[in-house]
Design a protein around this ligand. Structure first.
Ligand code: ACO
Length: 437
């Protein structure tokens, strides 16, 4: 285990007795919040055994000082600050700075950071032509991941991963991801691109690129901007989840920042990860369309009908509540009220939650609403089309991916990530020529 900071503490040894009767002593470490880990890095060299942990549910793949989660207690902190406080008091760019550089920015640091991001808001004119190559029905996540990877062609200085270029590449990525996302939406509805306006804040600029049209004036609704700001903050990092681990996995081969993040976007797309926010709205709309039969739907989930899950419920780490879902639940009601919208999907979501939390199936499996359960209701209320929901998640998660990639690069002794396996295939056998099979 590489020691990258002084918060990991050696606290003795664990003794492991193997099937052959031999024992091995393994170092034990403690993190800054008291979580313990057995260091098995030398296990194979000393015993020929490997650790087996499909799905990595119990594997610490790195040290990290960025995000702390206690899934049993429902705690989430970025760099030590509780998510509840950041969601209420901070801006998305402030949180972005915090995650990437480790401290809350001073006024001048934040101004410099925001300016650097604004200056990078346009995309190369040639890249605009890429959008014409995609069918109108393309999922915007496929466009986003390939466009982000393509940025490495336009900024080849990223290929060296040299420290003097990292900050520029970070500002570019944070800025251009929102431009590419908004353009992919405009392309899908056949509207002209609305270029970035650097005088606007990050969130306002994104909303302007999404919803302004040349034919009439557009004013960003402050309630909408505030709601989106909060959603982005809540999604900004979540330690070693599937997409972040993907970013680290790809980055560990020393692939550049854009390529690593593009891979993370693909990982996020899946319905068991970031794609769940889209799946939740589709599920809620389906229940409304079928007359609002919540009990019937829950029964289908419990019967494990193929393809039927209570989307937005359950989490690998949270076995109590997901603090992000708690914030989003109360905010969704406020946003709908502020925008004067009706609440059929929110009503169904609340009913589903109420029924599920009292049901033995969900209780014994410790299944609670996760971040995706209520986020889609807010996204829909502020006018984001359903197929853009996961793109919004990607914009929000960008600071976390970048922070984790940077932390990995800044850690001395970076090694390529390379898990092992238990081989279960056939033993050595003789090759049979095709005419004899
Ligand atoms: N609805 C119904 N049953 C569920 C659900 C659910 N949402 N989630 C888990 N279960 C059941 C499983 O069927 C399994 O039951 P079993 O023991 O009878 O076989 C048990 O609970 C354990 O589930 P696993 O799938 O093994 O849990 P895992 O930790 O691997 O998966 C996951 C976590 C992927 C989030 C899962 O709960 C799920 O599919 N949820 C719905 C999709 C979702 O909301 N994803 C977003 C997660 S948050 C995020 O990525 C941003």
């Amino acid at each position: 285990m590489t020691k990258s900071n002084n918060t990991i503490e050696s606290v003795g040894e664990a003794e492991l007795r193997l099937a052959d009767g031999n024992t091995v002593k393994l170092p034990v470490f403690k993190g800054s919040e008291g979580e313990h880990a057995v260091d098995i890095t030398k296990l194979r060299a000393e015993t020929s055994y490997i650790a087996f942990d499909p799905g990595y549910g119990n594997t610490g793949s790195c040290e990290s000082a960025i995000t702390y989660i206690d899934g049993e207690k429902g705690i989430l902190r970025y760099r030590g600050y509780p998510i509840e406080e950041l969601a209420e008091k901070s801006s998305f760019l402030e949180v972005t700075y915090l995650l990437i550089y480790g401290h809350l920015p001073s006024e001048s640091e934040l101004e410099t950071f925001s300016d650097a991001i604004s200056q990078e808001s346009m995309i190369h004119e040639d890249m605009k032509r890429f959008f014409n190559g995609y069918p109108a029905t393309s999922h915007p996540m496929s466009i986003l991941s390939s466009m982000i990877c393509s940025l490495s062609s336009y900024y080849p200085d990223c290929l060296e991963n040299a420290p003097e270029h990292i900050d520029n590449n970070i500002s570019r990525l944070l800025s251009k991801v929102s431009t590419v996302a908004a353009f992919s939406y405009k392309k899908s509805i056949g509207h002209p691109f609305i270029g970035p306006l650097n005088k606007l804040g990050y969130v306002e600029n994104f909303l302007n690129m999404m919803f302004a049209v040349p034919a009439e004036p557009y004013q960003v609704n402050p309630d909408v901007a505030k709601a989106l700001e909060m959603i982005l903050i809540l999604h900004a990092d979540h330690e070693q989840n599937c997409s972040t681990s993907t970013v680290r996995m790809v980055g560990s081969s020393q692939a550049n920042l854009y390529a690593s993040i593009s891979a993370g976007i693909c990982a996020l797309w899946g319905p068991l990860h970031g794609g769940a926010n889209q799946a939740v709205i589709e599920m809620l709309s389906g229940i409304v369309d079928r007359g609002g039969d919540v009990a019937g739907f829950i029964q289908r989930v419990k019967d494990k009908e193929p393809g039927v899950r209570l989307m937005g419920f359950g989490h690998r780490v949270y076995k109590n509540f997901d603090p992000r879902a708690t914030i989003l639940k109360s905010q969704s009601a406020k946003v709908l009220k502020a925008l004067g919208l009706s609440t059929p999907l929110l009503d169904i979501a609340r009913q589903l939650e109420e029924v599920a939390l009292k049901d033995e199936y969900f209780i014994e499996r410790k299944l609670y609403p996760n971040v995706d359960f209520y986020s889609g209701i807010i996204l829909r209320a502020i006018g984001i089309p359903v197929n853009m929901f996961t793109v919004m998640f990607a914009i929000g998660r960008m600071p976390g991916w970048i922070a984790q990639w940077k932390e990995m690069f800044d850690t001395p002794g970076l090694r390529i990530n390379r898990p092992r396996q238990i081989y279960t295939g056939s033993e050595k056998r003789l090759y049979v020529p095709i005419n004899k099979r």
